[in-house]
Design a protein around this ligand. Structure first.
Ligand code: T3D
Length: 258
């Protein structure tokens, strides 16, 4: 059984974590396969948006702890540098929107992969756990970077240190995720976000992602300059011209991603 399912439809590449009996916990094979699928998403012109979800009842329980306990396993020296850091970097550098559709529990690295996506949504029954402190680790996979920026320092450090289960409702309320949906509407609503993003001007979304990536590190003045530079590029695209023309002609725009 493939640990990652992958298919492309209507401009959306759907990536499904597929080790449901292990709550989609990551082993080395799954971490490397996810990286190669993210590379494929970057290189395929037909992919306009990436949608990540989990098979079965979980999104992902993070690192497969049985692999850690295995003397022949990859070991901590490889797990961050070869598994999670490249995954998080690839998601942030992918010049396409990535939606995390958190269908169930997201723990440890599983939670932080969701939080680094451009739009994270959850089913009402899903939950988020910074499980690291419970096993004597620190939040990794970008947790100490994204969490304080999403929810503020105080809540981030409490979430990280206490390692409590955070409901989807609280995740939305604290700004950790964009939205949660009732379980029976979740799949359709989450996928619709991906379809909508896939139809919007691709270059404008890529430039928006680039601008947000840099807003964490730039000064105010640097960020204004970056917006100016990216807007010059956006204004040279076909989709910008089509968007304005369609508005003035009172019709729906037809974007082509160029
Ligand atoms: O060295 C390093 O580890 C570095 C890397 C760090 C990155 C990380 O992600 S560290 C954090 C690792 N994750 C965890 O610590 C979470 C462990 N899991 C849990 O706390 C709970 O399973 C959940 C809160 C996620 C879900 O609880 P619940 O009650 O819904 O399910 P369960 O009964 O605990 O688990 C169901 C099965 O999945 C169970 O197997 P079994 O007994 O039916 O054969 C359980 O052992 C397995 N499972 C759950 N999480 C993991 C796992 N197996 C391996 N690794 C897991 N992370």
């Amino acid at each position: 059984m493939e640990s990652i399912l992958f298919h492309i439809e209507e401009g959306v590449a759907e990536i499904t974590f597929n080790r449901p009996d292990k709550l989609n916990a990551f082993n080395r094979e799954m971490a490397l396969l996810l990286q190669s699928k993210l590379d494929e998403c970057a290189s395929l012109h037909e992919v306009h948006c990436v949608y990540i979800t989990g098979a079965g009842k979980a999104f992902s329980a993070g690192q497969d702890l049985s692999e850690i306990a295995d003397a022949n396993g990859p070991g901590m020296d490889k797990i961050l540098s070869e598994h999670y850091n490249p995954i998080i970097t690839k998601i942030r550098h992918l010049p396409k929107p990535v939606v995390a559709a958190v269908n169930g529990v997201a723990a440890g690295a599983g939670a932080n992969i969701a939080l680094c996506c451009d739009v994270a949504v959850a089913a009402e029954s899903a939950s988020f756990i910074q499980a690291f402190s419970k096993i004597g680790l620190i939040p990794d996979s970008g947790g100490t970077y994204f969490l304080p920026r999403l929810v503020g320092w105080q809540k981030a450090s409490a979430f990280a240190m206490l390692g409590e289960k955070i409901s989807a409702e609280d995740a939305e309320r604290t700004g950790m995720i964009y939205k949660y949906f009732p379980d029976n509407e979740f799949k359709q609503e989450a996928y619709q976000i991906a379809i909508t993003l896939a139809k919007l001007p691709a270059k404008a979304l890529a430039f928006t992602k680039h601008a947000f990536n840099n807003s964490f590190i730039n000064t105010f003045e640097e960020q204004l300059l970056l917006e100016d530079a990216l807007q010059q590029l956006a204004s040279q695209t076909y989709d910008y011209k089509e968007g304005v023309k369609a508005f003035l002609e009172k019709r729906n725009p037809v974007f082509n991603g160029e």
